[in-house]
Design a protein around this ligand. Structure first.
Ligand code: ARG
Length: 461
């Protein structure tokens, strides 16, 4: 037991409750692939600096590979008494290959070992998440491309504001996710640094070749300070902050999908296989998937706060507090992974209801600003134009008609004659979006420029 390996200085066995209370193996066994990879690199390094003979090194690596197979085959006997993934694997190695196995932990501590494991795990998780985000960016880009000309109302205060295109709206989501992916790539730079060699806290007298280990494990560089290397989890906190921000974005999209798929909006159809029924109301088609993504944002925000709180006030260097980093971190990765996977399945199959969107745009008097701009071009001061148009809208509302159904006389408010026949082109929805023809505007050709840039940048999967 861990007892066996670590309790030389004690006069009694660990209390049974304490054994269970302090154990992490139930959740950190997930780090076994990283733990074994780290141990193999460490063994090779010990061989390189002449602490392990070639034969010993081969024996250790062979043993670790066998253990890996045991774990993958579900044959490994995880023991709570052995506390964590590190002690479980090390004692199994000793069990399998005998005394040579006892040499593996030379110049190493579980403190730099676990920090290395988490960084390896998180680096690979980040790579996978970035791939999912790239796929989702592509799905959004494809849908936006198809709907670069599809008119919908743009909203402020959730009130219909101005005509935009569905493509332009999707490209706003796209921009959010593009930044999230960038943030992940940036966080990865601070994740992918090797702690091993820091040992417990001060380094080790064996003169470890840390560059060699870093290379073997594809780390970009080596932690510069041994105390910092074993004790800080800022890289995990930073990842959770990026994840929380990403979830915040996904939650906003999902809120819109929930609204849009309601009978009240009727803007989009979500694929049936992403919706669920009601146990009592036969007519229901509930958007559970976007609702759940919206809801899961809460747990990710919570994990960020957990890790920040876990880290605050910890004196240097390693403290057992840090064992508590794993569950929030794993759940953050799993949650974000799940949400991105769900959206990857759903986004390509979102069907906009083009007619409903168009109708809502007309009903919302969304070209009122265009009318005001038209008057300004005819030398009416903007504030006067604002008032004239306000009156025209009031008339249209009273008649239950869209703006362009008003006569020139009605538009001019009885008195003036500034508004002439050419206004009807201005009041058209496609005319309105086409007029916003500058970088970043909703004109369809502007979104096509952004999309072409994305396609050319070879960032598609
Ligand atoms: N299970 C521990 C953790 O997750 C490994 C490091 C333990 N180190 C120690 N000195 N007790 O952090």
């Amino acid at each position: 037991s861990a007892a066996g390996l670590l309790r030389g200085r004690f006069s009694e066995a660990t209390d049974e409750f304490v054994e269970a209370f302090t154990a992490s193996v139930s959740f950190d066994q997930r780090l076994s692939p990283q733990d074994i990879a780290g141990s193999i690199a460490h063994a090779r390094m010990l061989n390189k600096i002449d602490i392990l003979s070639d034969a010993e090194c081969d024996q250790i690596i062979g043993g670790l590979q066998d253990i890996q197979r045991e774990i993958e085959g579900g044959e490994f006997n995880w023991q709570v008494a052995l506390e964590d993934v590190h002690m479980n694997i090390e004692s199994r190695l000793i069990e399998r290959i005998g005394d040579t196995g006892k040499k593996l932990h030379t110049g190493r501590s579980r403190n730099d070992q676990v920090a290395t494991d988490i960084r390896l795990y998180l680096r690979d998780a980040v790579d996978e998440l970035m791939q999912l985000e790239t796929a989702l960016l592509s799905a959004l880009a494809d849908l936006a491309e198809q709907h670069a000309d599809t008119i919908m109302p743009g909203f402020t205060h959730l009130q219909a504001a101005q005509p935009i295109t569905f493509g332009h709206h999707l490209m706003a989501w796209f921009e959010m996710l593009l930044r999230d992916r960038e943030r992940l790539a940036d966080a990865r730079k601070r994740i992918n640094i090797l702690p091993l060699g820091a040992a417990a806290l001060a380094g080790t007298p064996y003169k470890p070749d840390r560059e060699f280990v870093a290379q073997a494990l594809s780390f970009d560089s080596v932690c510069e300070n041994s105390l910092d290397a074993v004790s800080d989890r800022d890289f995990a906190i930073e990842f959770c902050a990026v994840a929380a921000l990403t979830m915040t974005h996904l939650s906003r999209w999902c809120e819109e999908l929930v609204l849009w798929s309601s009978q009240q909006f009727g803007f989009v159809n979500l694929p049936d296989r992403f919706c669920t029924g009601s146990s009592i109301m036969p007519q229901k088609k509930n958007p559970d998937v976007p609702e759940l993504i919206r809801g899961k944002t809460g747990r990710v925000n919570g994990h960020l706060i957990s890790l920040l709180t876990l880290m605050k006030s910890q004196p240097l260097a390693y403290n057992k507090d840090n064992q508590e980093d794993k569950e929030p971190l794993f759940d953050t990765v799993d949650t974000l992974h799940g949400c991105l996977t769900a959206l990857n399945g759903m986004v390509p199959h979102i069907e906009p209801n083009v007619e409903a969107m168009r109708e809502a745009t007309l009903k919302g008097y969304t070209t009122a600003t265009d009318l005001a701009d038209y008057l300004v071009r005819k030398d009416v001061p903007f504030r006067d134009a604002h008032e004239i148009v306000g009156k025209a809208v009031a008339q249209a509302v009273a008649k239950g008609m869209p703006l362009e159904a008003l006569s020139l006389e009605e538009l001019n408010g009885g008195g003036g004659d500034v508004i002439t026949e050419d206004v009807y082109q201005v009041l058209s929805l496609s005319g309105s979006v086409a007029a916003r023809d500058h970088f970043g505007g909703t004109a369809p050709n502007q979104d096509r420029v952004i999309l072409a840039g994305f396609n050319n940048a070879a960032v598609r999967p």
